[in-house]
Design a protein around this ligand. Structure first.
Ligand SMILES: Cc1cc2nc3c(=O)[nH]c(=O)nc-3n(C[C@H](O)[C@H](O)[C@H](O)COP(=O)(O)OP(=O)(O)OC[C@H]3O[C@@H](n4cnc5c(N)ncnc54)[C@H](O)[C@@H]3O)c2cc1C
Ligand code: FES
Ligand code: FES
Length: 491
């Protein structure tokens, strides 16, 4: 079945969205079409969190909605099909402020107030998670978790102490989870019934197509080669807002069930095209903890709740944070077209700056990440000017296999930010084979690493600094491994 409208609930109210409005940014739609001006826009590029809203979406195997905070400024209405949007206006409970809103007042958490709705939405999302979705119900928010939950929100005047004080004082027992307030059987069955439909919205200038199977998506790629695939638009939304791109034919895989699939199969993690970075981070926590640790400092919760692994790969930035890990893990990209599927090792997927081994009629349907043997060493690094919510200056992945004497028998090293694409360092890798995990071996390897890279100076760092990082990261890795070994001996 094909629909010519989007189904969206906003603060519990049902809306069918047709025509031009399907192409509005979510923040414009909320503010100008619905008059919900509590959602603010400051940076319009996902960086400040002023536009945070809470999105409820259907998740496989769950009867209720999964709620999570996202940025409204860099998403579009066509990406919100079959979701429930809760704005700051929808957080009030029976006409009274909810405990998060009240805490912000009690603790003087706002001066100009412009960032405040975004903070309240991000905090309410975290409170909702702790009150409802957490495996371990808690009565108050933990400081460190609260800080992590607010990494996507900036305040220019209040100072963070009163905001954090407000968050720490929230009485979670008084917080009614969004699922209990909003998830009526009527809304859930309405969303579920619509989720299996394809959607096509044609206006005079624009076309949006979301098929419900891969075959139709691939045929559309052939029919409309100029079409642009939107995954979650955390990259595309910024380009559009900054007027660097304006695709008029848009396709999206969100109505295709297998695009949402994330599973472990035959020693591999299989990641569908629409799996979010937050889902992947949670999934990898017990399976590839080092990758999950790196993902903690990827962007902000709002970006990760929306952005996808496939978008990070297809965007082809040499400083995309997931890539060095995928390179050393020998991940494979599955490309789908009307001619069938083919799998490309990610080490051969990038052919130049922003150039992919992907034909115009192909799309990425899945990513296969091999599970790493438990006895291997994996170290991942992100160097950026700021710890949270910052674009990397330099990234690195180092994977080592050791024999029983702790001599290196295998090495894979990938660096980002030191050339037009993420690079493997074959000579540096080879130099480590047969070496012990000592300072001299890693210092020598670091010198060699300098010869294998071609960094440039840009706004984030100078080429000299990147050369130094390429050398020093190996020494850092060695120092950490030595510390770990001596700790193991002590215990
Ligand atoms: C504030 C902010 C912070 C960020 N921080 C980080 C960070 O710390 N680290 C980092 O690495 N990145 C960061 N990013 C970049 C971005 O969030 C990631 O690259 C994200 O993974 C993109 O995923 P998406 O689903 O939003 O992609 P989209 O924006 O939807 O798409 C990105 C590209 O992929 C293409 N594409 C999407 N799906 C497919 C498909 N199935 N087949 C073929 N092509 C496809 C699109 O056409 C587009 O060219 C940040 C972005 C913002 C706005
Ligand atoms: S307005 Fe700054 S993140 Fe949206
Ligand atoms: S209160 Fe002014 S930006 Fe936060």
């Amino acid at each position: 079945m094909m629909r010519d409208y989007l189904l969206v609930y906003i603060n519990g109210q049902r809306h069918e969205i047709r025509g031009e409005e399907a192409f509005f940014s979510l923040s414009d739609y909320l503010r100008y079409t619905r008059g919900l001006t509590g959602t603010k826009v400051v940076c319009a590029e996902g960086d400040c969190g002023a536009c945070t809203i809470i999105r409820g979406s259907l998740r496989d195997g769950r009867e209720d909605l999964h709620y999570e905070g996202i940025n409204a400024c860099i998403t579009f209405m066509h990406l919100m099909d079959c979701t429930h949007i809760v704005t700051v206006e929808g957080l009030q409970d029976n006409g009274s402020l909810n405990p998060v809103q009240q805490a912000m007042i009690d603790h003087h958490g706002a001066q100009c107030g412009f960032c405040t709705p975004g903070f309240i939405c991000a905090m309410s999302d975290h409170a909702n998670h702790c009150a409802y979705q957490s495996e371990r119900p808690v009565e108050q928010l933990e400081t460190q978790r609260l800080r992590n939950a607010l990494t996507g929100n900036l305040c220019r005047c209040t100072g963070y102490a009163p905001i954090l004080n407000a968050g720490e004082s929230i009485d979670l027992k008084a917080f009614t989870p969004l699922q209990q307030r909003y998830d009526t059987p009527e809304m859930l069955s309405d969303l579920q019934a619509h989720a299996s439909h394809s959607v096509q919205i044609q206006t005079r200038e624009r076309l949006f197509y979301a098929p419900n199977n891969l075959r139709d998506a691939a045929e559309f790629r052939v029919r409309r080669p100029e079409s642009r695939i939107f995954s979650s638009a955390t990259d595309m939304g910024v380009l559009i807002n900054k007027e660097k791109s304006d695709p008029v034919v848009i396709t999206n895989l969100s109505r295709i069930p297998e695009a949402h699939s994330l599973r472990e199969e035959n020693g591999q993690i299989v990641v569908g095209a629409r799996v979010s970075l937050s889902q992947l981070e949670n999934f990898c926590r017990s399976r590839i903890p080092e990758f999950a640790r790196l993902m903690r400092i990827f962007a902000s919760p709002q970006i990760k709740n929306k952005g996808t692994l496939v978008g990070n790969i297809a965007n082809a930035s040499p400083i995309a944070d997931t890539l060095p890990f995928l390179f050393v893990a020998e991940a494979e990209i599955e490309l789908y077209s009307t001619q069938g599927t083919r799998r490309v090792n990610i080490n051969r997927f990038y052919t130049g700056y922003k150039q992919l081994d992907m034909r115009p009629d192909e799309l990425i349907s899945r990513v296969y990440i091999p599970m790493l043997p438990k006895d291997e060493i994996l170290r991942l690094y992100k160097v950026s000017n700021r710890k949270d919510l910052d674009i990397s200056t330099f990234t690195a992945a180092i994977r080592l296999q050791l024999d029983t004497q702790r001599q290196i028998t295998g090495a894979a090293i990938a660096y980002g930010g030191v050339g037009p694409v993420v690079m493997r360092l074959p000579r540096t890798e080879a130099s480590l084979i047969g070496c012990p995990l000592d300072v001299a071996s890693f210092a020598a390897a670091g010198k060699l690493a300098r010869e294998e890279i071609t960094p440039i100076s840009d706004v984030r760092a100078s080429a000299d600094y990147r050369y130094q990082l390429a050398e020093n990261i190996l020494r850092k890795c060695q120092a950490e491994l030595e510390e770990q070994t001596s700790e193991a001996v002590v215990f």
